[in-house]
Structures are given as C-alpha cells and as structure tokens.
Design a protein around this ligand. Structure first.
Ligand code: SAM
Length: 758
C-alpha cells in the first residue's frame, strides 16, 4: 500500500475523459445483472447485444493517457477488494459469444508495439507485438485487443486465449534490439539464477507446494539451459501428468528414454511415466506394453501390477463393450470422475446435409433395442465438488442467451487447459460444429489421439487456441452429465453448479424429440444405447431436451439452433393447434400452483383437471402425451393418499395409463383379469423404450405398479412389472439394476421380491 503514502487521492483518477476521447469510448454497456428476473434479464441481453452491435461500429481511436500512479492505485484497490471478496466467496462474471480475437500469427512475423502506440477498440493485427513487464516476468502478447472502459475508469487489455501469451527470458534473442531502461531485470524482482541446478531446485520446491504449472515453467527454463538435462525432463513429465497434460508428459518421458547416458533408475522412471501418460491418452495398447516392460524389472511392485491389470481391463472394455457396470456405479458414488475406456459400437459418422454442421451418426449394421452404441469419457466434465465452495463464476452466453453456471465457466477453462497440454487433441475439438457464424466443420471427423506425442513448452504455446470458436463449439455441444447416482438421490441438484460436460463423439448425434437412442451417465461416463431397432445405415438420434412441454422444449431447442424440430412428436403437437397448445400450457401452469394448496379435495380436483386437459389433445392424436403422464401420476398419488385398499385398482389403472401416455404398449393391463401366479412375462412390449421424459420416472412408475400388485396378492402382475422395470433400466443387467435401484426397491419393500423374480 506504499502508493497511498504518495498522496494519491480519488481525484487523481481520470473519471472524466478528455472530450477528444469520448467518441472512441462510446456509451457504457447495459449492466448484465444476473440477479434480474429471467424475463428482464433476457431483455437486458437483447439490449446488450444491440449495444455491442453499435459499439462495434465505432472506429478505433487514441486511448486516454493514464497516469501510472493512478493505475497502480486502482490496481492495489481492486486487489484488496478481490482479496476480501474471495474470502466471502467471490463471483466472477464473463461474457461469451461476442467476437473475440485469438492470434494465429507466428511470433517472428510480429513487430513491437508500445502501450502508448495502442488504440482503443483496435485489435493490433497483423504486425505488432506488445510487451508487458510485471515484476520479474516478461511475457509477450500476440495481437492484443485494447478495450474501452466498461466498469472502472480505465480501458483494459483483453487477452482471451492463453495461446496469445509467450513467456520469455529478458535475455532472449527476441529482445536483441531492445534496450531495457531498468536493465534486463526489474529492480526488486526476485533474482533469476539461470542454471540447471537452480531451476531444478526451484521446480522441486514448487512441485512440493503442488504448484504444477509454475513448476513446469521452472523445469522448462532449466531445459532452455540444457535440453539434455534428463532429470528436468523427467520431473516435468511428472508435473505434466498431474496437470492432465498427457501428450506433453508422454513426449518428455519418451525424450528422456532416448537420451544418451540415461541411468537405469532414470530409465525406469521414464518408462513408468510414459506408460501412465499413454494410459491418460487412452492409448491402452501402448501403455500396456510400457507397463509390462517396467514390470518385468519390478516383479514385486504392487502398484505396477495394478496398472497392468487396469490397462488390460481398459483394452477389454474398448474392444468388447463389456464393462463392470455395478463397479462403475459404486465408484461413481465416491467421485463422478470414473475410470473406464471409451467404446465405439456399431456407429459411424456420415454426411447429413439437412442438419447444422452437416454430419450425423448412423448405424453400421442392424441394431437391436438396448444395444450399446457408444461409451464416452468426457473431454472435460466439471461437477460442483470439483470446485472450491467459494468459487463462483458466471458466464453470460450471448449465443444461447443463457446465463452459464460456475461449472459451465470452469468447464470452458478446463477445456482450454486440456488443449494447452494436449495439443494433438486440437482437431478433435475444433472439428465440432461451431454454429452458423463460423466456417463449417470438415465432413470427416477424427476423435482419437493417434500420432506420436508432441513436446510442449508451457512458456510458449504449441497450438493456437481460437477462443471465440471454442466458446461457440462449447455452446452448441455442451451436455449436463448428471450422474445416475445423483439422479437417484433425488436431492435438489445444486442449481448454481449443475454438472457441465463436453464430450466429443456424443456431440455428433443429431436431435430428435422421439429419438432412437438415449444417453445416461454413470459418474461422468456417458453411455448411449439404442431404444428401438435401428436398421443398418439409418441415422441414430438422441434427444437434446426431455422437457414434456412442447412450448418449453421448442424454446430450449432454439438455443441449439433448431428453430423447428421436424420429428413426428412435434408434428403431432403442432396438429393439436396453437389454441389447444396454449390452453394446455396455461392448465399445466395452474396445475402446478393448485397442487401446492389443495390436499383435501385432491381426487375430485384431479378428475376434473384430467378431463379438461384431455380436451386439449386432438381427437386423432396418438397415445403419446408426455405432459399428461405427470397429471396421471398426480392423480394416482391423490387416490393413493385416500388410504383405501379398495381404490388400489384405480391407482394401478392411473399408473398404467401414465405409462401408455409415454408411448409404452402395455400387455398386462388389469390385475384382476390376469393369472395371479408368476409367468415370467414382461408387462410391456419390449420392441422399444420410449424416451420422451427422463427414464427414472418410467422406472418408478413400474416399481409402484409392482408394489401395488403385490399388495393385491397378484404376484403374476407384480413380477411382470418388475421385469418391465429391469427392461427399462439403462441396460446393464440384473446386478446393475439391483445396485442402482436398491434404495428405491427398499423404500417399496421390494428388495427380496426383486431378488427372487429377476
Ligand atoms: C451437437 S451438433 C450435432 C452434430 C452436427 N450435425 C455436426 O455436424 O457436427 C448440434 C447441431 O446440429 C444441428 N441439429 C441437430 N439436430 C437437429 C434437428 N433435429 N434439426 C435441425 N438441426 C439439428 C443443429 O444445427 C445443432 O446446433
């Protein structure tokens, strides 16, 4: 706080700009206050977009001169404020979806530029380089953008991509024509002892403190002194493994292995790190070869033996699609980040010109309902528990007009970080659809790291990361991978921090409201199965929205750039007519309100409500009416709450009708007409599983039916409903079913029955 002693007061801040700068500054943007009610916020976003359009029309101009001490004063003030806010839990806000600039120009093609030469509103391309000198560090920014002030009094230098920053040694050749007024080092900056040994010591100290990236910086600086310093390379490989920079780690370990004069001990370390890195890259065959090689010299090493068996399991999973689902489910209760291999079933990417991006996923052969199509680990998935409770970030997405959550914002950061350390994954990410404002993706798509690892210098970016395009890709290809374990707990999900996922191959499936496949997540592992028979060469679709309401669903699909869904379900809804659709929406809204206040006359209310609701469906419409499902479920629960055993058949009938309204064909309708002993049949037609709302609601209805039939001593119907529940439960077989649903079964006293009939 020394600057305060220099007599700086508030008046020193350039609150008002000289008149010549006003036109360059333009109007201040409308405040995107995330606490506004949704409609007001949507309106504010529109205002913001309009402001942004106007703002972009203003030509570049000179920047206000800023007094250095004022800048320091402001900086110290905001630093102190940030410190206290961090303690309270700070909210960072960022805005996505406006044009941003990421450099694609090589460093040697750029020229020097000073702050004084920079202009407001100008991205300084193509021929400039800017230098900044924070204490002790020198870094270069490629093609910086100078932005007018929006919040405080000063314009800001905006850098969106880490690949626009080069860290450099002040004595580097890049600076050969530059005379530093302070000499190459800033007075007061920590002295840089430029020897391999001191960089190793510094790196090791940072490593001990778990500061992985700074440690990688230190080892890299040591490697500048001596590229053959094997110990530094090995240490950097370890740091990279912890950062998830598997490609970088593999490259360093491989280079160390090939280094002349490497000792046996170092060779072992290099081999083990290379194996771990290749495992991280998903190159399990290569990893196994390296682990085996290592293990042959360390037969008693239990950890290495475990790695070998884990890797063999991954290879088997990726070839056969045979997973230990129960084990995965159990593991997902401890952490959502489960360990498993990807599996690619009978699917292929093909052109699909009618869809944005021009591609879709197709069947390579005939597929049976329930068959496993794809198992995919996320490129990145962020869950609430991954973040400190004090981390609060909010990203305002101008593409989808939505407020992104903290996990969303973190997801974007993690993607960038992963790309930085795994540059070979660039094309897999940037080959995804980025919406109509960006060039179309290529018609083919590669999604696996195939080549040799690439060496990564953390101080100099290996690839260019176009953040604008990446934000768009994230907007069009995001998933909310709520784990089955979390779904089943039925606890309120953390609205501020729902899981945010980014998957590669799953992003190639197009949408249908009546999809032929469905996904669910075990932890962060996405599992996609066929819901119905799919013919060879037919397109396979999943749904982007399980919202039963046509109006809400259509609105949600707009965010995916699907202005009018052409599936049969939406066609049916449209055939009901706009008046009927609006009446239905109004009814559902009133139903939600009414449900909270009417307990006593619930049954009568539900009877009338059902009748009114039924009139909103066109007479010739088919049985699928997803929003009617919830009405029937509420009606069943209202009748049940009467506590009258003689009314149980009515509860059963309502629940059966609820399943029919989802599209199920029910073979076993009324308990009293059926044989009461077990027959081993399944209560529903098993040619397909309808997926129009979340699967868990289907299964709970079937378990309720099982329970009620048992109460009525109709074991035959009960067992056929239990079998139906097994059939509808995410594949995975009986053991998986029992593991996933054990609490739900226990709640209905059905554990023993399930064990005996399935
Ligand atoms: C996640 S991508 C799907 C794959 C994409 N077709 C590709 O080539 O990469 C989502 C985009 O595909 C397009 N799309 C998917 N389903 C669609 C549908 N039912 N109708 C129209 N466009 C669709 C939309 O442009 C949407 O933004």
């Amino acid at each position: 706080m020394a600057s305060l002693g220099l007599g700086l007061g508030r008046n020193d801040l350039p609150d008002s700009l000289p008149p010549s700068h006003r036109s360059t500054q333009g109007a201040r943007p409308p405040l995107l206050d995330v606490s506004l009610p949704p409609e007001a916020f949507a309106h504010r976003i529109e205002e913001y977009k309009a402001w942004s359009e106007e703002d972009r029309k203003i030509p570049p101009g000179p920047a206000p001169r800023i007094n250095r001490m004022s800048l320091l004063y402001q900086h110290i003030g905001s630093h102190e404020q940030a410190k206290s806010l961090r303690q309270q839990g700070m909210m960072h806000t960022t805005i996505r979806g406006f044009p941003k600039h990421s450099s694609a120009t090589a460093l040697h093609e750029l020229q020097k530029l000073t702050f004084a030469e920079m202009q407001i509103r100008k991205t300084h391309v193509p021929d400039y380089i800017n230098e900044l000198l924070p204490i002790g560090t020198v870094f270069l920014i490629r093609e910086p953008t100078y932005k007018p002030a929006t919040m405080g009094p000063f314009p800001i230098l905006r850098i969106d991509s880490p690949s626009d920053i080069y860290f450099a040694d002040p004595r580097s050749n890049i600076f050969r024509d530059i005379v530093w007024r302070t000499g190459p080092f800033i007075p007061g900056a920590p002295a840089l002892d430029n020897t391999v040994e001191s960089w190793k010591a510094k790196g090791n100290a940072l490593f001990q403190a778990s500061h992985w990236l700074p440690a990688a910086f230190a080892y890299s600086r040591g490697l500048y002194k001596d590229r053959g310093a094997t110990i530094l390379r090995l240490n950097r490989a370890e740091v990279y493994l912890r950062l998830g920079f598997f490609t970088a780690a593999a490259a360093d370990a491989a280079l160390a292995l090939g280094a002349p004069g490497i000792t046996q001990k170092q060779r072992d370390k290099a081999l083990y790190r290379l194996a771990r890195a290749e495992y991280g890259r998903g190159r399990y065959e290569v990893a196994l070869q390296k682990f085996n090689e290592y293990q042959s010299r360390h037969i008693d090493d239990a950890e290495a033996a475990a790695c070998v068996s884990r890797t063999k399991k991954r290879i088997a999973e990726s070839i056969t699609g045979d997973y230990d689902w129960c084990e995965l489910f159990r593991a997902s209760k401890i952490t959502p980040h489960v360990e498993a291999a990807d599996y690619h079933g009978p699917i292929m990417i093909r052109q699909c010109v009618r869809r944005g991006g021009g591609r879709g996923m197709f069947a390579t052969r005939d597929v049976a309902p329930g068959e496993l199509l794809l198992v995919s680990k996320p490129f990145v998935a962020v869950y609430a528990q991954d973040l400190s409770p004090n981390t609060s970030m909010c990203s305002i997405d101008l593409i989808s007009s939505k407020i992104g959550t903290t996990t969303d914002a973190a997801n974007m950061q993690w993607i960038i970080q992963k790309l930085y350390g795994n540059p070979d994954l660039h094309d897999a990410v940037f080959g995804l659809y980025a919406g109509p404002s960006h060039p179309s993706p290529p018609s083919s798509y590669t999604f696996e790291p195939t080549g040799d690892p690439v060496e990564v210098d953390p101080l100099i970016p290996t690839i260019d990361i176009d953040v604008s395009r990446l934000e768009a890709i994230r907007s069009y290809n995001g998933f909310a991978p709520l784990s089955l374990a979390a779904l089943l707990q039925e606890r309120d999900t953390d609205d501020e921090r729902p899981p945010a996922g980014f998957y590669l191959l799953p992003s190639l499936f197009n949408h249908s409201c009546a999809p032929s496949a469905a996904w669910h997540c075990i932890g962060d592992l996405m599992v996609i199965r066929a819901l119905q028979p799919i013919k060879a060469e037919d397109e396979i679709t999943i749904t982007y929205s399980l919202n039963p309401s046509f109006v809400d669903r259509s609105r949600g699909l707009q965010a995916h750039m699907i202005s009018k869904c052409d599936c049969w379900r939406c066609e049916e809804e449209r055939n009901d007519g706009e008046v009927a659709i609006n009446r239905r929406e109004a009814l559902i809204a009133s139903f939600e309100k009414r449900r909270q206040t009417s307990a006593s006359r619930a049954v009568d209310y539900m009877r009338t409500f059902k009748q009114t609701m039924a009139t909103t469906y066109a007479a010739k419409r088919g049985p699928v009416r997803p929003d009617y499902f919830f009405v029937l479920r509420a009606s069943a629960s209202a009748i049940r709450s009467l506590g009258r055993p003689d009314m149980l058949p009515d509860v059963i009938s309502e629940n059966i009708n609820a399943l029919i309204s989802l599209g199920y064909i029910v073979k076993r309708k009324l308990a009293k007409k059926e044989p009461k002993q077990r027959t081993g049949d399944i209560a529903i037609e098993t040619k397909f599983v309808p997926s129009v709302i979340d699967q868990l609601s289907h299964i709970m209805t079937m378990l309720d039916l099982t329970h009620d039939c048992l109460v009525l001593h109709d074991e035959g119907s009960a067992s056929s409903w239990m079998s139906a529940a097994l059939w509808a439960t995410y594949g995975g077989g009986k053991d998986f079913f029992l593991a996933v649903l054990c609490e739900k079964l226990a709640k209905r006293d059905l554990e023993e029955f399930a064990g005996s009939v399935l």
